[in-house]
Ligand binder design. Structure first.
Ligand SMILES: [Zn+2]
Ligand SMILES: [Zn+2]
Length: 207
């Protein structure tokens, strides 16, 4: 068995948007067990897994396996489970399971050998982290993000572009700030403009 997982881990189920399937932690544990028995049939010895959770903050990778004092714990990305192609999810679970096989903690030669051993069982485990559907989702999300720039309402000068609200922009938004001023007209009554991809603009500071 894959062992216990914390009962209060928060997110217990995530719905995949492509096929509507609801992935529960219990189902992931069953998937893990399947892969573990396949690996054992091939003479390998996957380590036992201490905990499995959905992590809403994990967005840069699909899943993550960590090892502490010989105990493995796994996080799976909520956004990935929502937006990945259904087959990729099973491959990701297999990918993380391979990391618990001795010598497979990184994506080296042994990892790749073991990954190929699962080909015959219908898995397609690669060392890369994303599938196409999730990559497309992430790109779309990035495109949907606003950009920010600084406007001097006094002379109309537009300055700099930012992809997030940086400390400088946050300082400019403060009322009556005097640290930053327009290089053209020296006015410190600057505005931060938030521009959405559709062209709508909002001033984050009114002067
Ligand atoms: Zn990996
Ligand atoms: Zn100006």
């Amino acid at each position: 068995m894959t062992g216990k997982y914390p009962a209060l881990a928060g997110i217990h189920a995530v719905k995949n948007e492509a096929d509507g399937h609801v992935w529960t932690i219990g189902e992931i544990l069953r998937e893990l067990d399947n892969v573990r028995s396949l690996l054992r049939e091939k003479g390998l010895e996957p380590a036992s897994i201490g905990s499995v959770v959905f992590n809403p903050r994990l967005t840069r990778s699909c899943g993550r396996t960590r090892r502490k004092n010989g105990v493995y714990s796994m996080d799976f990305s909520v956004a990935y489970f929502q937006h990945a192609a259904p087959d990729s999810i099973r491959n990701t679970i297999a990918h993380e399971t391979i990391h618990t096989v001795p010598g497979c903690f990184n994506h080296g030669k042994k990892f790749q050998q073991v990954a190929r051993m699962l080909d015959a069982d219908g898995y397609d485990v690669s060392t890369r982290d994303y599938d196409e559907a999730y990559t497309a989702y992430r790109e779309q999300k990035r495109e949907a993000k606003p950009v920010f720039y600084i406007l001097c309402p006094n002379c109309g000068k537009k300055m700099d572009k930012y992809v997030r609200l940086s400390p400088t922009l946050k300082a400019i938004i403060q009322d009556k700030q005097e640290r930053f001023y327009c290089p053209a007209c020296m006015s410190s009554g600057l505005q931060v403009i938030k521009r959405m991809p559709d062209g709508t603009e909002t001033a984050l500071k009114s002067v």
